[in-house]
Design a protein around this ligand. Structure first.
Ligand SMILES: Cc1cc2nc3c(=O)[nH]c(=O)nc-3n(C[C@H](O)[C@H](O)[C@H](O)COP(=O)(O)OP(=O)(O)OC[C@H]3O[C@@H](n4cnc5c(N)ncnc54)[C@H](O)[C@@H]3O)c2cc1C
Length: 398
């Protein structure tokens, strides 16, 4: 019989093995968790994924119909192999489930002529042989007249970039994971993680789960579950809006790429063309990258105000007046940001059986296939075949 002491202290590993035991639990089935579960299932591991809501819900960080993907990565050239791997995985998974998950409509970066972001993207492209095309001001205006760019600005176009469908990708990854034998527990919230010598015990809203290893992919909730990471993660509320343009052809992906405009020290403005597979009216998505409004993922501000919309429209008006101001929809979404804006893929300090992916810092969806596979490998084998060494926690102590 379990005593009160056993409930509150580290449990004895031996007792654990006498109970039903999973080889692995994935905690949180958003973008990364869905791909981690798929990677475990592909390896034949007896795995279960636990999700507090329903998959592809709209309360975390992976909703909003579309996400930009690109490979000439200004954030850090070391991401490029992971990006190429992820794009290939999205494509392969889409073929496997019979629904395309990505659209290569190209991506466009716009900034001052000597802008560091464009220079970093060019350097990453050179280093990894990514096809990009520099556009001077006149060429940029001629090719993409939707943008109102000053003479001081130029563009960098990557034809192999585009957008990915996040909710579709999560559903597809989970579908494949289940087909390969993984199980899902949805509508189940993990309240507490307890570690012993033989594995972990999860205290959930529907009883206990035991496993030899745990992968935490809890997005904005990570700090609540893994206090060791709390001081490295900051959650903020972001706003994504959809604009219906006066002329639908303006946002057709054949002539309007996914794009990002660097605005000095102000949050970049970015957007995504109409997704022609989405039902309903033609519309483009727009957002500011990196708003600083702090937020508790369990009590987010879900109702957006006129001021929120005006904050965004003010910038759209300046850079893309042709889109007009008819806002068809707007939704909040959460970023979880690390001090250096790079992700964490590592073992959790002080927990031998627990790995995590955290702090995707507003640019992680495009990498979820690689991150899911990498953390599954770190959990099973101790290291990954993918180059994720630059994403360990050790960089913060250094
Ligand atoms: C507005 C916006 C725009 C973005 N644009 C881009 C972009 O263009 N390109 C790009 O690459 N990235 C982009 N990102 C970033 C990217 O979408 C996120 O980094 C990524 O989706 C995060 O995935 P995740 O798996 O870490 O988190 P999530 O997808 O939020 O998954 C975490 C999951 O864990 C579950 N969970 C948490 N706690 C518990 C618990 N206790 N018990 C059970 N389940 C739990 C949650 O319910 C959730 O489903 C954007 C993000 C936002 C918000």
């Amino acid at each position: 019989m379990q005593t009160d002491a056993a409930r509150t202290t580290r449990y004895a590993g031996a007792a654990l093995f006498s109970a039903p035991m999973w080889d692995a639990v994935v905690l949180g089935l958003g973008g990364v968790g869905a791909f981690a579960l798929r990677a475990l299932a592909k390896r034949g591991v007896k795995a279960v994924g636990v999700e507090q809501f329903e998959p592809a819900h709209d309360r975390g960080s992976s909703h909003g119909e579309t996400r930009v993907f690109r490979h000439a990565y200004f954030e850090h050239a070391d991401y490029v192999p992971l990006l190429l791997h992820s794009t290939a995985e999205f494509r392969a998974l889409g073929e496997s489930v019979g629904r395309p998950l990505i659209e290569a409509c190209g991506t466009l970066l716009v900034g001052e002529r000597d802008c560091a972001v464009l220079a970093s993207a060019e350097a990453a492209a050179r280093q990894h042989g990514i096809d990009v095309e520099g556009l001077g001001t006149d060429a940029l205006r001629a090719r993409f007249p939707q943008f109102n760019v000053p003479d001081s600005h130029r563009g960098l176009f990557e034809p192999g970039g585009g957008f990915v469908r996040p909710e579709e990708s999560i559903r597809a990854a989970l579908e494949e994971a289940q087909r390969l034998g993984a199980e899902l527990r949805t509508g189940v919230r993990v309240e507490r993680i307890e570690e012993g010598s033989g594995g972990v015990k999860l205290h959930t809203s529907s009883g206990e789960l035991r496993a030899r290893r745990l992968i935490v992919t809890a997005g904005a909730w990570t700090a609540k579950l893994v206090p060791a990471l709390a001081r490295r993660l900051r959650v903020s509320l972001q706003i994504q809006a959809w604009i219906t343009p006066p002329d639908p052809s303006l946002v057709d992906p054949a002539r309007f790429p996914a794009w990002l405009i660097v605005r000095g020290d102000e949050p970049p403005l970015y957007g995504i063309p109409n997704d022609q597979r989405a039902p309903g009216a033609v519309r483009a998505k727009v957002a500011l990258h990196g708003r600083r409004e702090a937020c508790d993922p369990d009590a987010p501000r879900r109702a957006l105000t006129d001021d929120d919309i005006e904050e965004l429209l003010r910038v759209v008006r300046r850079w893309l007046p042709a889109l007009g101001e008819r806002v068809a929809d707007a939704k909040s979404c959460l970023y979880t940001v690390t001090p250096d804006d790079h992700f964490v893929v590592d073992r959790v300090p002080g927990m031998d059986h627990v790995c995590c992916v955290a702090g995707l810092s507003g640019h992680g969806f495009k990498l979820t296939p690689a991150l899911g596979q990498a953390v599954a490998e770190v959990s099973l084998d101790g290291s990954s075949t993918l180059p994720v060494g630059f994403l360990t926690l050790a960089r913060f102590s250094a």
